[in-house]
Design a protein around this ligand. Structure first.
Ligand SMILES: *Cc1c(COP(=O)(O)O)cnc(C)c1O
Length: 395
């Protein structure tokens, strides 16, 4: 048999982690890696965080799962904590980012249905977007590598150019339910939507009673130095999806909505067997116990500035390889003149973990608990690896 036990949909690298400690991962053969990828923006407290680990362990021993047939003191408490710290009035818990996006799409459609406008079912989405891999989520993108061979896609999505307010305005018609947008695109190459773009979408939604749905699966949960990405813009969305960082490594996502936006999500309209189970809630609470501590977001901003500054300082030494740094907080992207995928592979051989993205960008997504010494180590070793990459390429 030629097929691998794991369905071969990923080009898996030779890095094979078996243990983690803080900002470091250890491979099968004892190799040590500085982890500035965090499992793609997930392990925001690093690996084996003592308090987080203890709280999750305690919950495993107490109660893991009961289903949503019963009352959930754990879910109510964590939902309330999210509500107290956001625009939202209500929360649906999921097991992944794409399920949170799915719930957001359904909530937006159902809002218009509830108000007697079932024909308003289309979401306007944007070029280079990434919303996950279910049929609905791939139907919301225009990226050939994600949709090829999976036709027919779901109707109800219209893709226009990212960060182009005029194009978004022009796309609105009698079928529009709202907009689905990452305020700061992740997979698309760490691209930040402009203030005018996000503000303009908000205004349009207010004027025409449309839903502003933000996909904050990557940029939410303290990654950018604010708890949520939308806070950078001084606007409030109607619905958001979050995941990645929220569980600190435990599979957890959430769809947050205002009371108004969730008008159609009544009994029987949606569900999940695992969603929001006691173990997931303990993981989410353990993450929030850390990120809501006074000074935590300041730390993300300060150390993010340090990392960005150090990267910018290094760039002139390798200016045929790197073009510049983009992003916010610890959601950073280095725009490359070389192939970012090849460079990320090269870094792994040098014990550094980062993540490639579209547009020849290398994503730098460390745990949010990194210190000055990790920044120094990362940039020194990156610079060293860059020298070798130049040599390798010249050879
Ligand atoms: C990662 C990501 C998703 C999908 O999350 P999964 O947990 O892989 O389903 C959706 N939207 C954005 C913006 C993401 O970065």
């Amino acid at each position: 048999m030629a097929i691998t036990p794991l369905m071969p949909v990923y080009p898996r690298s030779p890095v094979r982690p078996v243990r983690g400690e803080g900002v470091y991962l250890y491979g099968e053969g004892g190799e040590k890696y500085l982890d500035f990828a965090s499992g793609i923006a997930v392990n925001i407290l690093g690996h084996g965080h003592p308090e987080y680990t203890r709280k999750v362990q305690d919950q495993v021993a107490t109660l893991m799962h009961v289903s949503n047939l019963y009352g959930s003191p754990q879910g109510e408490a964590f939902a309330q904590r999210l509500i107290d710290n956001s625009f939202a009035d209500t929360v649906f818990f999921t097991n992944s980012g794409v399920e949170a996006v799915e719930c957001a799409i359904k909530t937006a459609r159902r809002y218009h249905y509830h108000h007697g406008r079932p024909e308003r079912h289309d979401l306007i989405t944007f070029t280079n977007a990434f919303h996950g891999r279910t049929m609905a989520a791939i139907s919301a993108t225009d990226q050939p590598k994600m949709i090829e061979g999976f036709a027919p896609l779901l109707p109800g999505f219209k893709v226009v150019e990212f960060d182009n307010l005029e194009a978004a305005i022009a796309a609105v018609d009698e079928h529009t339910a709202g907009f689905l947008v990452e305020p700061i695109q992740g997979e698309g190459g760490i691209r930040k939507g402009s203030q005018a773009f996000l503000e303009g979408l908000r205004r349009l939604c207010d004027e025409q009673d449309l839903m502003l749905v933000l996909d904050e699966v990557q940029c939410g949960i303290a990654r950018t130095g604010q708890l949520f990405g939308y806070e950078h813009y001084g606007i409030e969305p109607d619905i958001i999806s979050v995941a990645k960082g929220i569980g600190g490594g435990f599979p957890l996502g959430a769809c947050l909505a205002t009371e108004k936006a969730a008008a159609g999500m009544v009994i029987g309209t949606h569900g999940s067997t695992y969603g929001g189970n006691p173990l997931a809630m303990a993981a989410g609470q353990a993450v929030f116990d850390e990120i809501l501590v006074e000074g935590f977001l300041d730390h993300v901003r300060t150390i993010g500035d340090r990392l960005r500054g150090a990267l910018e300082q290094m760039i002139p030494n390798h200016d045929h390889l790197f073009e510049g740094v983009r992003g916010l907080g610890l959601m950073l992207g280095v725009k490359m003149k070389a192939d970012s995928r090849a460079f990320v592979t090269h870094l792994r051989e040098h014990g550094l973990l980062t993540v490639a993205a579209a547009d020849n960008v290398m994503r730098v997504l460390p745990p949010l608990i990194i210190e000055e010494a990790h920044v120094t180590e990362f940039v020194e070793r990156l610079s060293e690896a860059a020298r070798h990459f130049e040599v390798d390429n010249a050879a």
